[in-house]
Ligand binder design. Sequence first.
Ligand code: DMJ
Length: 623
Amino acid sequence: MTRRLCSGSGLGLGSRFGGVRLSKRFVFLILLSALVTVCFGAIFFLPDSVRLRRFFLLPAEPQRIDSAGGSGLGLAPGPGRGRAAPAGPRHSQTEAHIGPARRREEDRFGKEPVLERIRQEVTESEHRLKGSENGAEVLEASNSRSPPLLEAGTESADQDVRSHREKVKEMMKFAWDNYRQYAWGTNELKPLSKSGHTSGLFGGLLGATIVDSLDTLYIMGLQEEFREAREWVESNLDFNVNGEVSVFEVTIRFVGGLLSAYYLTGDELFKMKAIELGEKLLPAFNTPTGIPWALINLRSGVGRNWGWASGGSSILAELGTLHLEFVHLSEVSGNPKFAEKVMKIRKVLNRLEKPHGLYPNYLSPVTGHWGQHHVSIGGLGDSFYEYLIKAWLMSDKTDEEAKTMYYEALQAIEANLVRKSASGLTYIAEWRGGILDHKMGHLTCFSGGMLAMGADDAPTDLSKHYMELAAEITITCHESYRRSATKLGPEAFRFDGGADAVATRMNDKYYILRPEVVETYMHMWRFTHDPRYREWGWEAVQALEQHCRVETGFSGIRDVYSTLPHHDDVQQSFFLAETLKYLYILFSEDELLSPEHWVFNTEAHPLPVIQRNTQEQVITNDQ
Ligand code: DMJ
Protein backbone atom coordinates (compact mmCIF):
# COMPACT_ATOMS: atom_id res chain seq x y z
CA MET A 1 0.00 0.00 0.00
CA THR A 2 1.41 3.40 -0.89
CA ARG A 3 1.13 6.08 1.69
CA ARG A 4 1.53 9.83 0.94
CA LEU A 5 3.86 11.47 3.39
CA CYS A 6 2.84 14.84 4.68
CA SER A 7 5.38 17.55 3.88
CA GLY A 8 6.50 17.98 7.46
CA SER A 9 7.33 14.35 7.97
CA GLY A 10 10.78 14.63 6.40
CA LEU A 11 11.92 16.66 9.37
CA GLY A 12 11.44 13.74 11.75
CA LEU A 13 15.07 13.11 12.70
CA GLY A 14 16.78 15.45 10.29
CA SER A 15 16.10 16.67 6.74
CA ARG A 16 17.39 15.75 3.36
CA PHE A 17 18.58 18.45 0.96
CA GLY A 18 19.70 17.07 -2.36
CA GLY A 19 20.24 13.72 -0.74
CA VAL A 20 22.43 15.12 2.07
CA ARG A 21 21.19 14.27 5.54
CA LEU A 22 21.35 17.26 7.93
CA SER A 23 21.31 17.11 11.69
CA LYS A 24 18.34 18.57 13.62
CA ARG A 25 20.51 21.21 15.32
CA PHE A 26 22.01 22.35 12.02
CA VAL A 27 18.57 22.83 10.45
CA PHE A 28 17.41 24.75 13.50
CA LEU A 29 20.45 27.08 13.27
CA ILE A 30 19.84 27.76 9.58
CA LEU A 31 16.20 28.66 10.23
CA LEU A 32 17.12 30.86 13.18
CA SER A 33 19.74 32.82 11.26
CA ALA A 34 17.30 33.32 8.35
CA LEU A 35 14.71 34.69 10.77
CA VAL A 36 17.21 37.09 12.36
CA THR A 37 18.29 38.34 8.92
CA VAL A 38 14.69 39.03 7.86
CA CYS A 39 13.86 40.93 11.08
CA PHE A 40 17.09 42.89 10.96
CA GLY A 41 16.46 43.88 7.35
CA ALA A 42 12.86 44.89 8.04
CA ILE A 43 13.79 47.16 10.94
CA PHE A 44 16.86 48.81 9.51
CA PHE A 45 16.15 49.01 5.82
CA LEU A 46 12.46 49.82 5.75
CA PRO A 47 11.98 52.28 8.59
CA ASP A 48 9.59 54.45 6.64
CA SER A 49 7.19 51.81 5.57
CA VAL A 50 3.63 52.72 6.38
CA ARG A 51 2.96 49.13 7.32
CA LEU A 52 5.77 49.08 9.85
CA ARG A 53 4.61 52.35 11.27
CA ARG A 54 1.30 50.75 12.05
CA PHE A 55 3.02 48.18 14.17
CA PHE A 56 5.76 50.21 15.78
CA LEU A 57 4.47 53.75 16.16
CA LEU A 58 1.76 54.91 18.49
CA PRO A 59 -0.74 57.37 17.09
CA ALA A 60 0.03 61.00 17.88
CA GLU A 61 -1.76 62.78 20.67
CA PRO A 62 -4.57 64.99 19.38
CA GLN A 63 -3.69 68.63 18.77
CA ARG A 64 -4.64 71.10 21.41
CA ILE A 65 -7.38 73.31 20.07
CA ASP A 66 -6.99 76.89 21.18
CA SER A 67 -9.64 79.46 20.78
CA ALA A 68 -8.39 82.06 18.34
CA GLY A 69 -9.94 85.25 17.09
CA GLY A 70 -13.65 85.82 16.75
CA SER A 71 -14.02 83.08 14.21
CA GLY A 72 -13.89 80.42 16.84
CA LEU A 73 -10.93 78.83 15.15
CA GLY A 74 -8.37 77.12 17.23
CA LEU A 75 -5.86 76.88 14.49
CA ALA A 76 -2.33 77.91 14.11
CA PRO A 77 -1.45 79.16 10.67
CA GLY A 78 1.21 77.59 8.52
CA PRO A 79 4.91 78.15 8.70
CA GLY A 80 6.20 81.64 8.16
CA ARG A 81 2.99 83.33 9.23
CA GLY A 82 4.02 84.54 12.62
CA ARG A 83 2.68 81.81 14.89
CA ALA A 84 4.09 78.50 15.95
CA ALA A 85 3.15 75.64 13.68
CA PRO A 86 1.45 72.67 15.35
CA ALA A 87 2.76 69.15 15.09
CA GLY A 88 1.65 66.94 12.23
CA PRO A 89 1.65 67.60 8.55
CA ARG A 90 1.82 71.35 8.95
CA HIS A 91 5.28 70.92 10.44
CA SER A 92 8.08 71.79 8.11
CA GLN A 93 10.59 69.04 7.65
CA THR A 94 14.29 69.59 7.64
CA GLU A 95 16.36 67.57 5.27
CA ALA A 96 17.41 65.44 8.22
CA HIS A 97 13.77 64.48 8.73
CA ILE A 98 13.43 63.15 5.22
CA GLY A 99 13.59 59.42 5.69
CA PRO A 100 15.67 56.96 3.72
CA ALA A 101 12.65 55.73 1.80
CA ARG A 102 11.95 59.28 0.60
CA ARG A 103 15.58 59.62 -0.40
CA ARG A 104 15.42 56.36 -2.33
CA GLU A 105 12.30 57.70 -3.98
CA GLU A 106 14.04 60.96 -4.89
CA ASP A 107 16.96 59.08 -6.39
CA ARG A 108 14.60 57.30 -8.70
CA PHE A 109 12.20 60.09 -9.53
CA GLY A 110 13.92 63.35 -8.67
CA LYS A 111 11.84 65.60 -6.46
CA GLU A 112 8.61 65.34 -8.38
CA PRO A 113 5.49 65.15 -6.25
CA VAL A 114 3.94 61.68 -6.14
CA LEU A 115 0.83 62.88 -7.97
CA GLU A 116 2.73 64.22 -10.94
CA ARG A 117 4.74 61.06 -11.32
CA ILE A 118 1.68 58.85 -11.12
CA ARG A 119 -0.08 60.91 -13.72
CA GLN A 120 2.83 60.51 -16.11
CA GLU A 121 3.24 56.83 -15.45
CA VAL A 122 -0.39 56.02 -16.01
CA THR A 123 -0.33 58.04 -19.20
CA GLU A 124 2.75 56.28 -20.50
CA SER A 125 1.62 52.77 -19.79
CA GLU A 126 -1.85 52.07 -18.60
CA HIS A 127 -1.42 48.34 -18.64
CA ARG A 128 1.85 48.09 -16.79
CA LEU A 129 1.23 46.39 -13.49
CA LYS A 130 3.42 47.85 -10.86
CA GLY A 131 4.93 46.44 -7.71
CA SER A 132 2.69 48.73 -5.70
CA GLU A 133 -0.25 46.46 -6.45
CA ASN A 134 0.90 44.12 -3.73
CA GLY A 135 2.31 46.78 -1.47
CA ALA A 136 5.93 46.23 -2.51
CA GLU A 137 6.43 49.81 -3.62
CA VAL A 138 5.72 51.83 -0.54
CA LEU A 139 6.99 55.36 -0.71
CA GLU A 140 7.67 57.87 1.99
CA ALA A 141 4.61 59.52 3.47
CA SER A 142 3.01 62.72 2.25
CA ASN A 143 5.09 65.58 1.02
CA SER A 144 2.19 67.98 1.29
CA ARG A 145 1.79 70.21 4.28
CA SER A 146 -1.37 71.77 5.50
CA PRO A 147 -1.90 75.37 4.53
CA PRO A 148 -3.28 77.90 6.98
CA LEU A 149 -6.96 77.83 7.79
CA LEU A 150 -7.21 81.46 8.69
CA GLU A 151 -4.57 84.07 8.30
CA ALA A 152 -4.06 86.44 11.21
CA GLY A 153 -5.80 89.81 11.43
CA THR A 154 -8.74 89.06 9.15
CA GLU A 155 -11.70 89.18 11.51
CA SER A 156 -14.74 91.00 10.17
CA ALA A 157 -15.63 94.31 11.73
CA ASP A 158 -19.24 93.86 10.65
CA GLN A 159 -21.34 92.99 13.67
CA ASP A 160 -24.17 91.48 11.57
CA VAL A 161 -21.85 89.14 9.77
CA ARG A 162 -20.40 88.00 13.07
CA SER A 163 -23.77 87.41 14.62
CA HIS A 164 -24.94 85.46 11.56
CA ARG A 165 -21.90 83.29 11.85
CA GLU A 166 -22.55 82.77 15.55
CA LYS A 167 -26.11 81.76 14.72
CA VAL A 168 -24.86 79.10 12.31
CA LYS A 169 -22.48 77.84 14.95
CA GLU A 170 -25.36 77.60 17.40
CA MET A 171 -27.31 75.55 14.83
CA MET A 172 -24.37 73.20 14.46
CA LYS A 173 -24.12 72.75 18.21
CA PHE A 174 -27.85 72.11 18.44
CA ALA A 175 -27.76 69.53 15.64
CA TRP A 176 -24.72 67.86 17.19
CA ASP A 177 -25.98 67.86 20.79
CA ASN A 178 -29.20 66.16 19.77
CA TYR A 179 -27.42 63.61 17.63
CA ARG A 180 -25.16 62.95 20.60
CA GLN A 181 -28.02 62.58 23.02
CA TYR A 182 -30.38 60.43 20.96
CA ALA A 183 -28.39 58.73 18.23
CA TRP A 184 -24.76 58.59 19.32
CA GLY A 185 -22.72 56.11 17.28
CA THR A 186 -25.47 55.48 14.72
CA ASN A 187 -25.29 57.06 11.29
CA GLU A 188 -27.83 59.84 11.61
CA LEU A 189 -30.41 61.26 13.99
CA LYS A 190 -34.15 60.81 13.60
CA PRO A 191 -35.05 64.01 15.42
CA LEU A 192 -38.75 63.30 15.87
CA SER A 193 -38.41 59.67 16.84
CA LYS A 194 -35.37 60.61 18.96
CA SER A 195 -33.44 57.61 17.75
CA GLY A 196 -30.74 56.57 15.31
CA HIS A 197 -31.24 56.36 11.55
CA THR A 198 -29.67 53.57 9.56
CA SER A 199 -29.16 54.08 5.90
CA GLY A 200 -28.54 51.37 3.32
CA LEU A 201 -25.64 53.40 1.96
CA PHE A 202 -23.27 52.41 4.73
CA GLY A 203 -23.90 48.68 5.22
CA GLY A 204 -22.91 48.01 8.81
CA LEU A 205 -20.53 50.96 8.91
CA LEU A 206 -21.45 53.31 11.75
CA GLY A 207 -20.84 56.89 12.84
CA ALA A 208 -21.50 58.79 9.57
CA THR A 209 -22.57 61.95 11.40
CA ILE A 210 -19.51 61.84 13.64
CA VAL A 211 -16.98 61.46 10.83
CA ASP A 212 -18.84 63.88 8.55
CA SER A 213 -18.89 66.50 11.33
CA LEU A 214 -15.28 66.36 12.48
CA ASP A 215 -13.96 69.23 10.39
CA THR A 216 -17.05 71.41 10.86
CA LEU A 217 -16.71 71.09 14.64
CA TYR A 218 -13.04 71.88 14.40
CA ILE A 219 -13.45 74.86 12.12
CA MET A 220 -16.19 76.31 14.30
CA GLY A 221 -14.06 75.89 17.39
CA LEU A 222 -16.46 73.46 19.07
CA GLN A 223 -13.62 71.95 21.00
CA GLU A 224 -15.34 69.67 23.45
CA GLU A 225 -17.55 68.23 20.73
CA PHE A 226 -14.54 67.67 18.50
CA ARG A 227 -12.75 65.81 21.30
CA GLU A 228 -15.73 63.52 21.83
CA ALA A 229 -15.89 62.84 18.12
CA ARG A 230 -12.20 62.02 18.01
CA GLU A 231 -12.56 59.70 20.95
CA TRP A 232 -15.37 57.85 19.24
CA VAL A 233 -13.30 57.49 16.08
CA GLU A 234 -10.41 56.11 18.08
CA SER A 235 -12.42 53.60 20.09
CA ASN A 236 -15.32 52.67 17.85
CA LEU A 237 -14.82 53.38 14.19
CA ASP A 238 -14.59 49.88 12.78
CA PHE A 239 -14.29 49.05 9.09
CA ASN A 240 -14.31 45.32 9.45
CA VAL A 241 -18.02 45.03 8.84
CA ASN A 242 -19.78 42.35 6.89
CA GLY A 243 -22.01 44.64 4.88
CA GLU A 244 -22.24 46.30 1.50
CA VAL A 245 -21.40 49.99 1.42
CA SER A 246 -21.65 52.57 -1.33
CA VAL A 247 -18.08 53.16 -2.49
CA PHE A 248 -18.93 56.75 -3.40
CA GLU A 249 -20.75 57.67 -0.19
CA VAL A 250 -18.13 56.09 2.03
CA THR A 251 -15.38 57.82 0.10
CA ILE A 252 -16.84 61.30 0.16
CA ARG A 253 -18.11 61.16 3.75
CA PHE A 254 -15.76 58.85 5.64
CA VAL A 255 -12.49 58.98 3.71
CA GLY A 256 -13.02 62.68 2.95
CA GLY A 257 -13.97 63.47 6.55
CA LEU A 258 -10.99 61.60 7.99
CA LEU A 259 -8.51 63.10 5.54
CA SER A 260 -9.78 66.56 6.22
CA ALA A 261 -9.58 66.04 9.98
CA TYR A 262 -6.03 64.84 9.51
CA TYR A 263 -4.99 67.84 7.45
CA LEU A 264 -6.62 70.27 9.84
CA THR A 265 -5.24 68.79 13.03
CA GLY A 266 -2.17 66.79 12.12
CA ASP A 267 -3.54 63.94 14.22
CA GLU A 268 -2.16 60.67 12.85
CA LEU A 269 -5.20 58.75 14.05
CA PHE A 270 -7.29 60.24 11.26
CA LYS A 271 -4.65 59.52 8.65
CA MET A 272 -4.32 55.88 9.66
CA LYS A 273 -8.09 55.43 9.67
CA ALA A 274 -8.41 57.03 6.24
CA ILE A 275 -5.74 54.76 4.79
CA GLU A 276 -7.23 51.68 6.43
CA LEU A 277 -10.62 52.47 4.92
CA GLY A 278 -9.05 53.30 1.55
CA GLU A 279 -7.47 49.83 1.52
CA LYS A 280 -10.86 48.27 2.24
CA LEU A 281 -12.36 50.03 -0.75
CA LEU A 282 -9.70 48.93 -3.23
CA PRO A 283 -11.35 45.64 -4.26
CA ALA A 284 -14.13 47.74 -5.79
CA PHE A 285 -11.73 48.54 -8.63
CA ASN A 286 -11.18 44.90 -9.54
CA THR A 287 -13.27 44.98 -12.69
CA PRO A 288 -12.22 44.27 -16.28
CA THR A 289 -11.98 48.01 -17.02
CA GLY A 290 -10.93 49.42 -13.66
CA ILE A 291 -14.26 51.27 -13.47
CA PRO A 292 -15.31 50.55 -9.88
CA TRP A 293 -18.38 48.77 -8.65
CA ALA A 294 -20.90 50.96 -6.87
CA LEU A 295 -21.11 48.65 -3.85
CA ILE A 296 -18.52 46.67 -1.97
CA ASN A 297 -18.72 44.30 0.96
CA LEU A 298 -16.07 45.67 3.29
CA ARG A 299 -15.24 42.28 4.73
CA SER A 300 -15.33 39.99 1.71
CA GLY A 301 -14.31 42.56 -0.89
CA VAL A 302 -17.07 41.36 -3.23
CA GLY A 303 -18.43 44.15 -5.40
CA ARG A 304 -21.50 44.69 -7.54
CA ASN A 305 -23.60 47.46 -9.02
CA TRP A 306 -26.98 48.84 -8.03
CA GLY A 307 -29.82 46.64 -9.28
CA TRP A 308 -31.64 49.67 -10.68
CA ALA A 309 -28.73 50.94 -12.80
CA SER A 310 -29.21 50.49 -16.53
CA GLY A 311 -27.66 47.23 -17.76
CA GLY A 312 -25.54 46.66 -14.66
CA SER A 313 -23.77 49.96 -15.14
CA SER A 314 -21.72 51.99 -12.73
CA ILE A 315 -22.86 55.59 -12.21
CA LEU A 316 -20.90 58.57 -13.52
CA ALA A 317 -21.26 60.71 -10.38
CA GLU A 318 -20.09 57.79 -8.26
CA LEU A 319 -17.18 56.47 -10.30
CA GLY A 320 -16.13 60.02 -11.16
CA THR A 321 -16.15 61.35 -7.61
CA LEU A 322 -13.32 59.46 -5.99
CA HIS A 323 -10.45 61.37 -7.50
CA LEU A 324 -9.65 63.98 -4.86
CA GLU A 325 -9.80 61.54 -1.96
CA PHE A 326 -7.79 58.79 -3.64
CA VAL A 327 -5.09 61.20 -4.78
CA HIS A 328 -4.81 62.41 -1.20
CA LEU A 329 -4.72 58.85 0.09
CA SER A 330 -1.60 58.40 -2.02
CA GLU A 331 -0.24 61.68 -0.72
CA VAL A 332 -0.63 60.76 2.93
CA SER A 333 0.34 57.11 2.61
CA GLY A 334 3.09 57.61 0.08
CA ASN A 335 1.60 54.67 -1.77
CA PRO A 336 0.70 55.38 -5.40
CA LYS A 337 -1.84 52.58 -5.69
CA PHE A 338 -4.79 54.75 -4.66
CA ALA A 339 -4.10 57.47 -7.20
CA GLU A 340 -3.44 54.89 -9.89
CA LYS A 341 -6.98 53.60 -9.54
CA VAL A 342 -8.57 56.96 -10.17
CA MET A 343 -6.16 57.91 -12.93
CA LYS A 344 -7.23 54.72 -14.66
CA ILE A 345 -10.88 55.80 -14.46
CA ARG A 346 -9.91 59.12 -15.93
CA LYS A 347 -8.19 57.42 -18.88
CA VAL A 348 -11.20 55.23 -19.65
CA LEU A 349 -13.53 58.24 -19.60
CA ASN A 350 -11.23 60.39 -21.64
CA ARG A 351 -10.85 57.80 -24.38
CA LEU A 352 -14.55 57.06 -24.79
CA GLU A 353 -16.59 58.49 -27.63
CA LYS A 354 -19.11 60.96 -26.19
CA PRO A 355 -22.50 61.61 -27.77
CA HIS A 356 -22.43 65.33 -28.69
CA GLY A 357 -19.48 65.68 -26.33
CA LEU A 358 -21.74 64.72 -23.38
CA TYR A 359 -21.03 62.13 -20.71
CA PRO A 360 -23.91 59.69 -20.16
CA ASN A 361 -24.58 58.77 -16.54
CA TYR A 362 -24.26 55.00 -17.01
CA LEU A 363 -21.07 53.12 -17.83
CA SER A 364 -20.48 49.37 -17.80
CA PRO A 365 -17.48 48.35 -15.68
CA VAL A 366 -17.29 45.12 -17.69
CA THR A 367 -17.38 46.31 -21.31
CA GLY A 368 -16.36 49.93 -20.76
CA HIS A 369 -19.31 51.06 -22.90
CA TRP A 370 -21.94 53.63 -22.03
CA GLY A 371 -25.30 52.37 -20.84
CA GLN A 372 -28.46 54.42 -21.18
CA HIS A 373 -27.86 57.88 -22.68
CA HIS A 374 -29.13 59.97 -19.82
CA VAL A 375 -27.10 63.10 -19.12
CA SER A 376 -27.51 65.25 -16.06
CA ILE A 377 -25.55 67.86 -14.17
CA GLY A 378 -27.75 66.99 -11.21
CA GLY A 379 -28.27 63.53 -9.71
CA LEU A 380 -26.16 60.71 -11.24
CA GLY A 381 -23.78 63.08 -13.03
CA ASP A 382 -23.13 66.16 -10.89
CA SER A 383 -19.95 65.71 -8.92
CA PHE A 384 -18.07 64.08 -11.82
CA TYR A 385 -17.85 67.55 -13.41
CA GLU A 386 -17.11 69.13 -10.04
CA TYR A 387 -14.14 66.79 -9.55
CA LEU A 388 -12.65 67.61 -12.95
CA ILE A 389 -12.25 71.29 -12.16
CA LYS A 390 -11.33 70.57 -8.55
CA ALA A 391 -8.67 68.05 -9.66
CA TRP A 392 -7.17 70.87 -11.72
CA LEU A 393 -7.24 73.26 -8.79
CA MET A 394 -6.09 70.72 -6.20
CA SER A 395 -3.10 69.81 -8.37
CA ASP A 396 -1.96 73.44 -8.18
CA LYS A 397 -3.07 73.77 -11.79
CA THR A 398 -0.85 71.04 -13.15
CA ASP A 399 -3.47 68.42 -14.04
CA GLU A 400 -3.97 69.60 -17.62
CA GLU A 401 -5.97 66.54 -18.57
CA ALA A 402 -8.62 67.33 -15.95
CA LYS A 403 -8.73 70.93 -17.08
CA THR A 404 -9.21 70.02 -20.74
CA MET A 405 -11.90 67.46 -19.94
CA TYR A 406 -13.72 69.99 -17.77
CA TYR A 407 -13.86 72.81 -20.31
CA GLU A 408 -14.78 70.43 -23.15
CA ALA A 409 -17.59 68.96 -21.06
CA LEU A 410 -18.76 72.44 -20.16
CA GLN A 411 -18.94 73.48 -23.78
CA ALA A 412 -21.08 70.45 -24.59
CA ILE A 413 -23.31 71.13 -21.58
CA GLU A 414 -23.82 74.69 -22.61
CA ALA A 415 -24.58 73.84 -26.20
CA ASN A 416 -26.99 71.01 -25.40
CA LEU A 417 -28.48 71.54 -21.95
CA VAL A 418 -28.41 75.19 -20.90
CA ARG A 419 -31.66 76.97 -21.72
CA LYS A 420 -33.59 80.10 -20.74
CA SER A 421 -37.17 79.99 -19.50
CA ALA A 422 -39.89 82.25 -20.89
CA SER A 423 -39.37 84.60 -17.95
CA GLY A 424 -35.62 84.71 -18.58
CA LEU A 425 -34.33 82.28 -15.95
CA THR A 426 -31.29 80.29 -17.05
CA TYR A 427 -31.45 76.58 -16.21
CA ILE A 428 -29.63 73.36 -17.00
CA ALA A 429 -31.97 70.71 -18.34
CA GLU A 430 -31.45 66.96 -18.48
CA TRP A 431 -30.92 65.01 -21.68
CA ARG A 432 -32.47 61.65 -22.47
CA GLY A 433 -31.07 60.23 -25.69
CA GLY A 434 -31.29 63.59 -27.42
CA ILE A 435 -34.58 64.71 -25.89
CA LEU A 436 -34.52 67.53 -23.34
CA ASP A 437 -36.26 67.13 -20.01
CA HIS A 438 -36.82 70.72 -18.84
CA LYS A 439 -36.20 70.03 -15.21
CA MET A 440 -33.42 71.06 -12.89
CA GLY A 441 -32.59 69.30 -9.63
CA HIS A 442 -31.62 70.90 -6.34
CA LEU A 443 -28.41 68.93 -6.79
CA THR A 444 -27.71 70.81 -10.04
CA CYS A 445 -27.50 74.05 -8.09
CA PHE A 446 -23.96 73.27 -7.00
CA SER A 447 -22.98 74.18 -10.57
CA GLY A 448 -23.19 77.94 -9.93
CA GLY A 449 -20.24 77.59 -7.58
CA MET A 450 -18.46 75.22 -9.92
CA LEU A 451 -18.75 77.60 -12.86
CA ALA A 452 -17.40 80.46 -10.77
CA MET A 453 -14.53 78.35 -9.53
CA GLY A 454 -13.50 77.45 -13.07
CA ALA A 455 -14.09 80.83 -14.69
CA ASP A 456 -10.59 82.21 -14.16
CA ASP A 457 -8.81 79.47 -16.04
CA ALA A 458 -11.27 79.17 -18.91
CA PRO A 459 -10.10 80.01 -22.41
CA THR A 460 -9.74 83.82 -22.28
CA ASP A 461 -12.82 84.71 -24.25
CA LEU A 462 -14.97 82.58 -21.94
CA SER A 463 -13.93 83.64 -18.43
CA LYS A 464 -16.38 86.51 -18.15
CA HIS A 465 -19.09 84.48 -19.79
CA TYR A 466 -18.75 81.60 -17.29
CA MET A 467 -18.91 84.04 -14.41
CA GLU A 468 -22.13 85.47 -15.84
CA LEU A 469 -23.54 82.01 -16.35
CA ALA A 470 -22.66 81.17 -12.73
CA ALA A 471 -24.57 84.25 -11.54
CA GLU A 472 -27.58 83.37 -13.70
CA ILE A 473 -27.74 79.81 -12.39
CA THR A 474 -27.49 81.14 -8.83
CA ILE A 475 -30.42 83.48 -9.45
CA THR A 476 -32.49 80.58 -10.80
CA CYS A 477 -31.71 78.44 -7.76
CA HIS A 478 -32.53 81.31 -5.44
CA GLU A 479 -35.83 81.71 -7.30
CA SER A 480 -36.63 78.06 -6.66
CA TYR A 481 -36.37 78.91 -2.94
CA ARG A 482 -38.09 82.28 -3.15
CA ARG A 483 -41.11 80.87 -4.95
CA SER A 484 -41.93 78.38 -2.20
CA ALA A 485 -44.00 79.05 0.92
CA THR A 486 -41.18 77.93 3.20
CA LYS A 487 -38.42 79.77 1.30
CA LEU A 488 -36.64 76.45 0.91
CA GLY A 489 -36.15 74.87 -2.49
CA PRO A 490 -37.71 71.65 -3.80
CA GLU A 491 -35.77 68.56 -4.84
CA ALA A 492 -36.50 69.32 -8.51
CA PHE A 493 -38.17 72.19 -10.32
CA ARG A 494 -39.48 72.47 -13.85
CA PHE A 495 -39.58 74.85 -16.76
CA ASP A 496 -42.34 73.35 -18.87
CA GLY A 497 -46.12 73.18 -18.86
CA GLY A 498 -46.26 76.74 -17.55
CA ALA A 499 -43.92 76.02 -14.63
CA ASP A 500 -41.02 78.35 -13.98
CA ALA A 501 -38.59 77.16 -11.30
CA VAL A 502 -41.25 75.36 -9.29
CA ALA A 503 -41.90 71.68 -8.61
CA THR A 504 -45.05 70.35 -10.20
CA ARG A 505 -45.00 66.77 -8.96
CA MET A 506 -45.60 65.83 -5.36
CA ASN A 507 -42.52 63.66 -5.21
CA ASP A 508 -40.29 66.57 -6.26
CA LYS A 509 -41.48 68.93 -3.53
CA TYR A 510 -39.40 67.75 -0.62
CA TYR A 511 -36.30 69.37 0.89
CA ILE A 512 -33.86 67.16 2.79
CA LEU A 513 -31.50 69.77 4.24
CA ARG A 514 -29.36 69.72 1.11
CA PRO A 515 -26.42 72.13 0.76
CA GLU A 516 -26.07 72.85 -2.98
CA VAL A 517 -27.77 76.23 -3.06
CA VAL A 518 -25.95 77.69 -0.06
CA GLU A 519 -22.76 76.11 -1.37
CA THR A 520 -23.14 78.17 -4.51
CA TYR A 521 -23.98 81.32 -2.50
CA MET A 522 -20.75 80.82 -0.57
CA HIS A 523 -18.59 80.50 -3.68
CA MET A 524 -20.34 83.37 -5.44
CA TRP A 525 -19.85 85.59 -2.41
CA ARG A 526 -16.17 84.82 -2.37
CA PHE A 527 -15.68 85.48 -6.06
CA THR A 528 -17.79 88.63 -6.34
CA HIS A 529 -18.42 90.08 -2.87
CA ASP A 530 -21.89 90.92 -4.06
CA PRO A 531 -23.83 91.34 -0.76
CA ARG A 532 -26.94 89.65 -2.11
CA TYR A 533 -25.32 86.23 -1.71
CA ARG A 534 -24.95 86.78 2.02
CA GLU A 535 -28.53 88.06 2.15
CA TRP A 536 -29.78 84.96 0.39
CA GLY A 537 -27.72 82.77 2.71
CA TRP A 538 -29.30 84.47 5.69
CA GLU A 539 -32.78 83.88 4.20
CA ALA A 540 -31.92 80.19 4.06
CA VAL A 541 -30.80 80.21 7.70
CA GLN A 542 -34.09 81.75 8.77
CA ALA A 543 -36.11 79.29 6.70
CA LEU A 544 -34.19 76.35 8.17
CA GLU A 545 -34.84 77.65 11.65
CA GLN A 546 -38.50 78.15 10.98
CA HIS A 547 -39.38 74.99 9.09
CA CYS A 548 -36.71 72.38 9.74
CA ARG A 549 -35.75 72.97 13.35
CA VAL A 550 -37.70 70.74 15.69
CA GLU A 551 -37.38 70.21 19.40
CA THR A 552 -34.50 67.80 19.10
CA GLY A 553 -32.60 68.56 15.91
CA PHE A 554 -33.20 69.46 12.27
CA SER A 555 -35.41 67.53 9.92
CA GLY A 556 -36.13 67.57 6.19
CA ILE A 557 -39.63 68.54 5.08
CA ARG A 558 -41.92 66.81 2.60
CA ASP A 559 -43.40 69.83 0.87
CA VAL A 560 -41.65 73.17 0.56
CA TYR A 561 -44.89 74.75 -0.69
CA SER A 562 -46.73 74.10 2.55
CA THR A 563 -46.04 75.74 5.87
CA LEU A 564 -47.88 72.98 7.71
CA PRO A 565 -45.12 70.96 9.31
CA HIS A 566 -44.61 67.61 7.63
CA HIS A 567 -41.16 66.45 8.61
CA ASP A 568 -39.31 63.49 7.17
CA ASP A 569 -37.61 62.76 10.52
CA VAL A 570 -34.01 62.58 9.25
CA GLN A 571 -31.14 64.88 10.15
CA GLN A 572 -28.85 64.08 7.23
CA SER A 573 -25.14 63.89 8.00
CA PHE A 574 -24.45 66.23 5.08
CA PHE A 575 -26.42 68.93 6.89
CA LEU A 576 -23.61 69.10 9.46
CA ALA A 577 -20.82 68.39 6.98
CA GLU A 578 -21.92 70.74 4.22
CA THR A 579 -24.97 72.95 4.71
CA LEU A 580 -23.88 74.41 8.03
CA LYS A 581 -20.22 74.55 7.09
CA TYR A 582 -20.88 76.46 3.87
CA LEU A 583 -23.17 78.87 5.72
CA TYR A 584 -20.51 79.41 8.36
CA ILE A 585 -17.89 80.14 5.71
CA LEU A 586 -20.31 82.45 3.89
CA PHE A 587 -20.32 84.61 7.02
CA SER A 588 -16.58 84.35 7.56
CA GLU A 589 -13.68 86.19 6.02
CA ASP A 590 -12.23 85.05 2.71
CA GLU A 591 -9.07 83.86 4.37
CA LEU A 592 -10.85 81.05 6.15
CA LEU A 593 -10.03 77.98 4.07
CA SER A 594 -8.99 80.18 1.20
CA PRO A 595 -9.39 78.69 -2.30
CA GLU A 596 -5.74 79.41 -2.92
CA HIS A 597 -4.87 76.66 -0.45
CA TRP A 598 -7.91 74.44 -0.06
CA VAL A 599 -10.38 72.56 -2.24
CA PHE A 600 -13.61 71.14 -0.81
CA ASN A 601 -14.49 67.59 -1.67
CA THR A 602 -18.09 67.10 -2.72
CA GLU A 603 -19.09 66.59 0.93
CA ALA A 604 -17.46 69.94 1.85
CA HIS A 605 -14.41 68.36 3.46
CA PRO A 606 -11.46 70.67 2.81
CA LEU A 607 -8.38 69.08 1.26
CA PRO A 608 -5.19 71.03 0.67
CA VAL A 609 -3.93 72.01 -2.74
CA ILE A 610 -0.91 69.83 -3.49
CA GLN A 611 1.79 72.39 -4.19
CA ARG A 612 3.90 71.78 -7.29
CA ASN A 613 7.19 72.25 -5.54
CA THR A 614 6.30 71.08 -2.10
CA GLN A 615 9.55 69.28 -1.53
CA GLU A 616 11.71 72.29 -2.36
CA GLN A 617 9.52 74.59 -0.30
CA VAL A 618 9.66 72.28 2.68
CA ILE A 619 13.41 72.40 2.72
CA THR A 620 13.64 76.12 2.02
CA ASN A 621 11.25 77.00 4.85
CA ASP A 622 13.53 75.53 7.43
CA GLN A 623 16.67 77.18 6.29
C1 DMJ B 1 -23.83 65.18 -0.67
O1 DMJ B 1 -23.62 63.96 -0.08
C2 DMJ B 1 -22.79 65.47 -1.71
O2 DMJ B 1 -22.77 66.82 -1.94
C3 DMJ B 1 -23.02 64.75 -3.00
O3 DMJ B 1 -22.14 65.12 -4.00
C4 DMJ B 1 -24.41 64.90 -3.51
N1 DMJ B 1 -25.37 65.30 -2.58
C5 DMJ B 1 -25.24 65.23 -1.18
C6 DMJ B 1 -26.01 66.34 -0.51
O4 DMJ B 1 -27.08 66.80 -1.19
